[in-house]
Design a protein around this ligand. Structure first.
Ligand code: HEM
Length: 413
């Protein structure tokens, strides 16, 4: 392939714990390399990643132009049959024109007004969680705070009744295991089963909303479907599941990674505390963008090369997979001066943490509301909040990089 070769051991615990030193070395010494073990060409520099994300000669899926036989792939894994069907119907794993139709219909229902309307609800959810721990002086930031928020918010957005919301996170946690590189048969089986259960649940909810419409996203999507705008029931279900998965994991990890970054940068933590005490809400807009840049919750996404072309001297062949290391682009000194410093006032911050191009995160406005409200309220209501024990343990994989638990302490009310 004429490219330098290097094996990036993505699941190595030391790399997952702190990927940035190795990513910095690669960015300077072999910014583009072929990994024979993962069979991917990896890109590490900001400009390369941004250009490739905007290039329509790459796509998130390839099966719309080449068959499995042509790609030399083995037959589909029977263990992931339902998962594969779900993938084929949601926007993230489709390319135009199907992607354009699905994303357009989703955006008709998932409007800026609906997201803004959720702001007071998000504040209420955050406040209620803090009420429960405020006099304890400690909590597990993951279980007691970060996890319940996106579950409650997306439950609210979609219209999942409160009594059922405990079902959502376990389903989504099982399903997203299949996005890691190198999963086990057991993980495949349980993820597939989660898709089956989750789909049945969303179908029932949609049937209920067909009988009596409400002010929620499922009702809005059912109306879109009923107006004959070509949203099949399978697509409706798949995209609701996608919202739940996409909306959970990254927001949870964004909260714990962000807290860890603040903890390791006491001057920035002090500045954020001062901003919240003096009611400077706008400070948290730039602060959250910087936290997302500094430690990227979803550090890598892939694309398929859809036609042969030459990219900056690298020959990319149709059917090749590329790995785009967003976390590395976010620390590229060519784009971000002083990239290894956390600077919560950084203004010029076009980070890659929500992606770029046609798959740019649909939930970014909602994620911003969640994270701004979370950090602002945590720092205002829990004086002196800090990580209680280090090292903090990571869940395992690099692709969805999160924590097992995060003990924090603060002055009890
Ligand atoms: C901190 C939180 C979040 C982060 C870091 C994040 C990150 C991302 C990224 C990087 C992508 C693009 C993937 C690619 O380039 O292949 C994406 C897509 C997407 N995200 Fe998010 N996300 C977050 C929260 C959310 C939330 C709250 C929702 C929904 C409620 C959501 C829904 C989606 C959807 C539906 C897509 C697919 C868009 C498409 O294919 O056109 N995300 N997200």
């Amino acid at each position: 392939m004429g490219l330098r070769e290097f094996h990036l051991d993505l699941n190595n615990p030391e790399f997952v714990y702190d990927p940035y030193p190795l990513l910095a070395d690669l960015r300077e010494s072999i910014p583009v390399f072929y990994d024979p073990a993962w069979k991917k060409v990896f890109f590490t520099r900001y400009d390369h990643i941004a250009a490739l994300l905007r290039d329509r000669r790459l796509g998130r899926s390839i099966l719309h132009i080449l068959s499995r036989d042509e790609l030399g792939w083995p037959p589909p894994n029977p263990l992931t049959r339902d998962f594969d069907r779900f993938q084929s119907d949601h926007m993230l794993d489709n390319e135009p024109p199907k992607h354009t139709r699905l994303r357009g219909l989703m955006l008709k229902a998932f409007t800026p007004a609906r997201v803004e309307g959720l702001r007071p609800k998000v504040q209420h959810i955050v406040d209620r969680l803090i009420d429960q721990v405020q006099d304890r002086g400690e909590m597990d930031l993951l279980k007691d705070f970060a996890e319940p928020i996106p579950v409650a918010v997306i439950g609210e957005l979609l219209g999942v009744p409160e009594a059922d919301r405990h079902l959502l996170r376990p389903w989504s946690a099982r399903i997203v295991k299949l996005y890691e590189l190198g999963y086990t048969d057991e993980q495949a089986r349980t993820a597939n089963q989660a898709v089956v259960e989750f789909s049945a649940y969303i179908k029932d909810l949609a049937a209920d909303r067909r009988r009596r419409s409400r002010d929620d996203l499922i009702s809005a999507l059912v109306r879109v479907e009923e107006q004959g705008e070509m949203l099949t029931e399978d697509e409706l279900v798949a995209n609701c599941i996608l919202l739940l998965n996409a909306g959970h994991e990254a927001s949870v990890n964004g909260t714990t990674l962000g807290m860890l970054s603040l903890h390791h940068n006491p001057d920035q933590m002090a500045m954020a505390r001062e901003a919240t005490q003096s009611g400077r809400h706008d400070f948290f807009k730039t602060a959250v963008e910087e936290l997302l840049r500094y430690d990227t919750p979803l550090p890598m996404f892939e694309r398929w090369v859809l036609e042969d072309f030459d990219f900056n001297g690298t020959a990319l062949r149709r059917g090749t997979e590329v790995g785009l290391l967003y976390a590395s682009g976010n620390r590229d000194p060519r784009r971000f001066p002083g990239p290894d410093a956390l600077d919560l006032t950084r203004k010029d911050n076009p980070h890659l943490s929500f992606g770029l191009g046609i798959h740019y995160c649909v939930g970014a406005p909602l994620a911003r509301v969640e994270l701004q409200t979370s950090f602002q309220t945590l720092l205002r209501r829990l004086p002196g909040i800090r990580i209680a024990r280090e090292p903090v343990e990571y869940t395992g994989g690099f692709v969805i990089r999160g924590h097992k638990a995060m003990a924090v302490e603060f002055a009890a009310a």
